[in-house]
Write a protein that binds this ligand. Structure first.
Ligand code: ADP
Length: 152
């Protein structure tokens, strides 16, 4: 069984994330969307909201499971018997950042990371931009799945 883990904060999930996930689906029997819970970041959306957005977005996709994890991402992959990590690349900055993490993860565990380059027209989308727009009462709906809404 081919399993991959897509780790992230998903604060909130965007159409950039869904693009990567949908394109990776044909390659795997299962993709685990995993929200890491050991960072000290301040989130706009609670863990419960972020989980709900992921679950509702993919409720009709039996190959996707949604969960949280603590500790090293590669330890979580081993626990789940997942052979690959999935990440997306929007630009050169993402590449530099992800390269170091991917190489370190591989050295530590032998688990490789599969990178998808963002689809044309989606590289401007990031959770950070979505949060900034929400904070300033702008129109963010075109960057996120329909289920993602900030309570007024
Ligand atoms: P993290 O906090 O770990 O960076 P994110 O939820 O922000 O988690 O992102 C998870 C992954 O999704 C990262 O690999 C990121 O590069 C990718 N990603 C986010 N937005 C896009 C996009 N518009 N196109 C492609 N990949 C994206």
């Amino acid at each position: 069984m081919r399993k991959a883990v897509f780790p992230g904060s998903f604060d909130p999930i965007t159409l950039g994330h869904t693009d990567i996930i949908e394109r990776a689906l044909p390659l795997f029997d299962e993709i685990i969307l995993a929200i890491g819970t050991n960072s000290n970041k301040n989130y706009m959306f609670s863990l419960e909201e972020r989980l709900r957005f992921l679950r509702e977005t993919f409720k009709n996709e039996p190959k996707i499971t949604v969960t949280t994890y603590q500790g090293l991402t590669v330890d979580f992959c081993k626990e789940q018997n997942a052979g690959f990590l999935l990440r997306g690349l929007r630009n050169a900055q993402d590449l530099e950042f992800e390269k170091a993490i991917g190489q370190t993860n591989y050295k530590m565990s032998g688990i490789d990371t599969l990178f998808f380059i963002t689809s044309s027209g989606k590289s401007h989308i990031s959770s950070t931009v979505v949060r900034d727009v929400i904070r300033n009462n702008g129109n963010y709906e075109f960057m996120v799945p329909d289920v993602v809404r900030k309570a007024p």
